[in-house]
Design a protein around this ligand. Sequence first.
Ligand code: AMP
Length: 214
Amino acid sequence: MRIVLLGPPGAGKGTQARVLAKRLKFPHISTGDLLRQNVSAGTDLGLEAKGYMEKGALVPDELVNKMLARRFDLPDVKSGFILDGYPRNLKQAKALDEILKNISSGIDLVFYLDTSEAVIIQRLTGRRVCKSCGANFHVKNMPPKQSGICDNCQGVLYQRSDDNESTIRNRIEVYNKESAPLINYYNSAGKLKSLNADGEAGIVLDEMVQLIQA
Ligand code: AMP
């Protein structure tokens, strides 16, 4: 099954994608994670992407599309995948359609995680991420058992440099302008399922699982 998670920053796409991917045994492909890996490794792509990411702007389509096409060359995507953070605009949605056409498939389901601005700000300003396994925590909503340490792998938790209030507001603006039109794009294609993602992650996950099994 080929699934896309759509929604504003802080909607819980990464958290949900990680759990869904584990349950369904599909790879979780996050363009944000792939870009951050490139930034940490100091690759040419990472060096180009860094400035855009720090401002909360989109990394140019050519760079992200090329990176994603390379990821789709790996054999593990053949049976399905959970895509998180891509597409981010209509050009990317069309590029994705082309990449999938090349492997004779298409997207099956798009979950739109509808989230209010107050919830987004609260979630992202308190978010902490594991440096080793990428698991997400929250200082209030989901604190780790030991402060600063990942419950799953004992890795060190850090705060993403773009999780500060002014960059978050810019990311929301970019989302509304660039990414929100994707809701209509996938709705017109009959692939969109909308969910209210303001509530608990477990409830949203159960709803998604039910829709996948329907
Ligand atoms: P995320 O981890 O999805 O919140 O993404 C973090 C940042 O990476 C975004 O604010 C963008 O700067 C960049 N990014 C991630 N995915 C994309 C994409 N599909 N297109 C352009 N930029 C992206």
